[in-house]
Design a protein around this ligand. Structure first.
Ligand code: ING
Length: 311
């Protein structure tokens, strides 16, 4: 049996502060139409795909900061994307900064949605692993204020039956944590969609900079193999407002092999035919969770937050 879904990783090059959402949607529509010409069923756009990566700045004026969030989705600016995807019968993942009112309180999340081929929003995810810091740290060449500008996501990681398979979502830093994939693996995920914005330079550990692409692929390859799932992971990249972010968008099979990757740090569509039934042998044998996992031995993973070395 084969269940082929043709996936498109729609990598975006830099979005400068002066670029409007309209400018960005026009670039996304070019990638979407390209995808349609190649028979793509589902397109993955990056994290925070509508604006420049604003957590690189310490922004004190709340009104100025709020300009980077979406209050509704689809919005007037993104409706053309939803309409064209529906017309082309292409599903998509879209990452954006979400502002919402819940119980009378304004909430801000780093969010992604999953839209099916009929244009229905079938799933929403809010980023759980927020990297960086909460306060202004002027020693840094640039800030990484996700802990200041977003709340920890409150939707956990779910999976949804759509487009002929079981889909899950994560965002950026989530891809570095094995728990992300395992929670979805325990819900039968066959295709994990991830968007990211990853600066090459990480001020606290500059010695890691040379390993950016290696670590980027290492974590999604292991997440894919250890949970018998496909992973499509897509960058917004290039030099945004003087800050370089890595490309290296990749499509990884349940075997752990990279079967497609971006070659530029600009707008680029990477396409791969993904057989969702390739997940079966991993889920039935080497990673048959029901037969082989020993959750009683894993309690420390949930009960302990930080590491406690021996005395
Ligand atoms: N960005 C980065 C990421 O996890 C980062 C943060 C950069 C972590 C460099 C480690 C090294 O890919 C986001 N947005 O999470």
């Amino acid at each position: 049996m084969t269940r082929i879904i043709t996936m498109g990783a729609a990598q975006l090059g830099p979005i400068q502060r002066a670029h409007s959402r309209k400018d960005v949607v026009e670039r996304m529509l070019i990638l979407l139409r390209d995808a349609a010409r190649h028979g793509v069923d589902c397109v993955v756009f990056p994290e925070l795909a509508l604006t420049t990566f604003f957590p690189r700045w310490y922004i004190e004026d709340q009104a100025e900061l709020d300009c980077f969030y979406e209050r509704e989705m689809p919005s007037a600016e993104t409706k053309p994307l939803f309409d064209e995807a529906k017309r082309l019968k292409i599903g998509f993942y879209l990452g954006y900064a979400e502002m919402t009112i819940e119980d009378g309180k304004t909430r801000r999340f780093n969010t992604a949605i999953l839209v099916d081929r009929e244009g229905n929003i079938v799933g929403k995810y809010r980023k759980i692993h927020l990297p960086g810091h909460k306060e202004h740290e002027p020693w840094r060449a640039f800030q990484h204020l996700e802990k200041r500008y977003f709340e920890v996501g409150n939707l956990s990681w779910k999976t949804w039956r759509t487009m002929g398979g079981v889909f899950g979502m994560a965002i950026c830093n989530d891809r570095r944590w094995p728990e992300t994939y395992r929670i979805m693996g325990l819900q039968g995920v066959e295709m994990v969609l991830i968007g990211y914005n990853t600066p090459r330079h990480n001020p606290p550990s500059p010695e890691h900079d040379r390993l950016s692409e290696f670590h980027n692929q290492l974590v999604i390859q292991s997440g894919a193999y250890q949970n018998g799932t496909w992973v499509v992971s897509v960058a917004k990249c290039g030099v945004e407002e003087g800050c370089e972010m890595i490309g290296n968008s990749s499509i990884v099979a349940p075997t752990g092999e990279v079967i497609g990757q971006a070659l530029t740090q600009d707008d680029e569509l990477v396409i791969a035919r993904c057989d969702l039934d390739l997940t079966r042998s991993f889920k039935d044998w080497v990673f048959n969770f029901e037969r082989h996992r020993e959750p009683d031995q894993y309690r420390m993973i949930v009960e302990r937050k930080g590491a406690i070395p021996p005395a």
